[in-house]
Ligand binder design. Structure first.
Ligand code: NAD
Ligand code: MG
Length: 386
């Protein structure tokens, strides 16, 4: 029997490492042919991963690190590449499934390239949907592969969305942990540091998504992601704060039923569900012990302290590439916050201003339009960061 072929875009990141962990658990090289791995700054890890799984191709997004990667893999027979084009090349190699685990809109071009090959797309990179929306969904459809959501909330919805009951879907309820500043006052939030913002109470994730969880920009992106993924109206998408992160999300139906997916906060469940689809697989994740859970809490989100949610709603209602603009401006604001050039609450102000300035753009008719809006939103956000 031929091995299942997989590529992992962003293999050195949090999602990438968990994906390799699932692959190891499923038998590693005996079960998978790893076609390509990609990373950026952590060359030692990328090379170690590539050797361990016997990858066909390893690429770093950073052209300056090419020599280092080539040396680390000398004699291994593994092809190497560097720079954004090499990431797209890695993504273009024929494969059965591609894990889209690059962070930010940097993941859009490679994920589109993977979609074009007809591969199934295991989508962790929510920015593909937030920025390119229907164009991205269309590209995957045209390629002929399946779109398999890996973001835990969307994976949960994917698990409980009954396709033969689509007519009766009334609401999509995204759960949010509330992040480390869930109970902090706005005055205190104005002074928080990147380090405290990155300390997520339940999930272990990459730096940027952890800080986005603290500001709830992550949930904002996820609202827009859900809109495109499940083709639902903005008003059908709700967010509820659920600090225990046990319920990963829910679907409400017109008969009053609510279906939820529960589990320990471990991305390997969602990753394994996507890799195994349509068959569930066995995974070594923690099992829920309901007697020990004691209580599950729910709170309405506070839109005053977390303006990102209202911005997402505005973006969904406005359309006209406001999702892309929200994300691109957010990426610049987030980098400025990480560099301690702006405060935590300034991020939302910058995003709002750029969204308003760029309101009424034509709807994107091609991916080039998306990249143009992205550049323009970045330029405007950079101006505001100073
Ligand atoms: P991470 O920062 O841990 O890893 C990011 C990966 O992308 C790394 O391999 C890095 O080398 C690569 N990368 C960074 N910049 C790049 C660039 N410019 N070009 C090419 N590659 C680049 O991030 P993560 O937490 O693994 O998140 C990855 C994606 O998955 C994000 O879109 C995030 O929102 C989404 N996601 C993550 C989690 C999680 O638990 N970590 C959960 C849900 C969704
Ligand atoms: Mg999520």
């Amino acid at each position: 029997m031929s091995l299942r072929r997989i590529s992992i875009l962003g293999s050195t990141g949090s999602i990438g490492r968990s994906t390799l962990d699932v692959i190891d658990h499923l038998g590693g090289r005996d079960a998978f042919e790893v076609r390509a791995l990609t990373g950026m700054g952590n060359i030692a890890l990328l090379a170690e991963q590539a050797k361990r799984v016997g990858a066909g191709f390893a690429a770093t997004a950073d052209p300056a690190r090419y020599g280092e990667l080539k040396d680390a893999l000398a004699g291994s027979g593994i092809e190497t590449g560097a720079g954004p084009e090499a990431i797209v090349e890695a993504a273009s190699r024929a494969t059965d499934i591609a894990m889209a685990g690059i962070v930010g809109i940097a993941g859009l071009a490679p994920t589109l390239a993977a979609a074009k090959t007809g591969a199934d797309i295991a989508l962790a990179n929510k920015e593909c949907l937030v920025s390119a929306g229907a164009l991205f969904v269309e590209a995957v459809k045209e390629g002929g592969g399946k779109l398999l959501p890996v973001d835990s909330e969307h994976n949960a919805i994917f698990q409980v969305l009954q396709n033969d009951q689509r007519h009766a879907v009334e609401r999509i309820i995204l759960t949010a942990s509330g992040g480390p500043f869930r109970s902090m006052s706005r005055d205190e939030m104005a002074k928080v540091t990147p380090k405290s913002a990155a300390a997520h109470p339940n999930w272990s994730m990459g730096l940027k998504i952890s800080i986005d969880s603290a500001s709830m920009f992550n949930k904002a992106l996820e609202m827009i992601e859900a809109q495109h993924l499940f083709d639902v109206a903005p008003e059908a998408i709700e967010v509820i704060v659920h600090p225990q992160s046990v319920i990963h999300s829910m679907v409400g139906y017109t008969d009053g039923s609510v279906l939820a997916q529960l589990g320990a906060p471990d991305m390997r469940t969602a990753i394994g569900y996507a890799i195994g689809h349509p068959r569930r697989i066995s995974l070594p994740v923690e099992r829920l012990d309901f007697a020990k859970l004691a209580k599950l809490e729910f709170h309405a989100p506070d839109s005053e302290r977390f303006p990102a949610l209202a911005l997402a709603r505005r973006a969904m209602e406005r359309g006209h590439m406001q999702g892309c603009i929200l994300n691109s401006a957010k990426e610049i604001a987030l980098e400025a916050f990480i560099a301690e050039r702006i405060g935590f609450l300034d991020m939302a102000d910058i995003v709002e201003a750029v969204m308003d300035e760029m309101a009424g753009l034509d709807e994107a008719s091609s991916i080039e339009d998306v990249f143009a809006a992205d550049s323009e939103a970045r330029r405007r956000a950079l101006e505001r960061v100073g």
